[in-house]
Design a protein around this ligand. Structure first.
Ligand code: SAH
Length: 245
């Protein structure tokens, strides 16, 4: 057996500070997943991470119907923080919103901020469900960081208190008519903003364009759906200024 194949196949995000020898009490849901769904038992290993202390190989110490315990053995990956890039987007249909959160987590973002714009259809989001999607995406992609998903907030309020030292990259569909060369994107700290299916209102566009430290960008000559636009913009930024180098 190679060293690689001895490593646990399953990864779990735990809201519990991890470290050498640390013993962790499992939640009912995690116990159910490990012992009933995956059918793992005492002595078997799982990879765990807490978003701050890297990834650890943990051994199952006790199992039960409603709980169980793990013990951290060795660190198997250092903590890897994403670049300081945020994604602001206007929630769209449920499955597409879930997709945006999942893909943003995989591509690497520090925070995800759903914003309500004038043409945003949804009045509310299930923040807890979106956060769970970010956790699942991090577990699946080998990441050691889970971006925080904020509650839905009005775009106007967010812009009122915007920290001008954070560059705002404004994906402006109006620029699809005159795409030109790929835009020069500003470095971190930065945020990308993607509009809803109905696009930004003229007032929102005017306000964004007037702000300091805003870079309006085109994402090419076609109008992309918001979920595609989020993935495309993050990809461009990660390739130019992010941690893909
Ligand atoms: N209904 C609008 C399009 C909205 S597309 C219209 O017909 O004009 C959803 C969001 O994706 C937009 O608000 C923008 O942020 C982004 N987007 C889509 N295509 C884009 C492009 N070619 N350039 C820049 N941003 C784009």
């Amino acid at each position: 057996m190679t060293a690689r194949s001895e490593q646990a196949k399953h990864r779990l995000y735990l809201e519990h500070a991890l470290g050498q020898g640390q013993v962790i009490d499992l939640s009912r849901d995690h116990a159910h997943y490990l012992f009933n769904v995956l059918r793992l038992s005492v002595g078997q290993h799982v990879a765990v991470f807490d978003g701050q202390h890297g990834e650890w190989q943990a051994e199952i110490v006790t199992t039960g119907k409603r709980g169980g315990t793990l013990r951290c053995l060795t660190q198997s990956a250092p903590q890897c923080m994403p670049p300081d890039i945020w994604l602001l987007f206007a929630p769209i249909k449920k499955a597409r919103t879930d997709f945006i959160v999942e893909k943003a987590t995989e591509l690497g973002v520090a925070r995800i901020l759903p914003v309500q714009t004038e043409h945003t259809n949804s009045e509310r989001i299930r923040q807890d469900r979106l956060q769970a999607h970010a956790v699942e995406a991090a577990e699946q992609c080998g990441g050691t960081y889970v971006p925080q998903v904020a509650d839905l907030q009005p775009l106007s309020r967010l812009l009122d208190t915007w920290d001008k030292t954070r560059a705002l990259i404004f994906a402006d569909e109006a620029l699809s008519d005159a795409p030109g060369p790929a835009p020069a994107l500003p470095p971190a700290p930065a945020a990308i903003i993607i509009g809803p299916e109905g696009g930004f209102s003229p007032a929102e566009r005017a306000r964004l364009r007037k702000m300091d430290n805003v870079t309006p960008v085109s994402l090419g000559p076609r109008i992309l759906r918001a979920d595609t636009a989020a993935v495309a913009a993050l990809t461009l930024w990660q390739a130019a200024q992010g941690d893909w180098a």
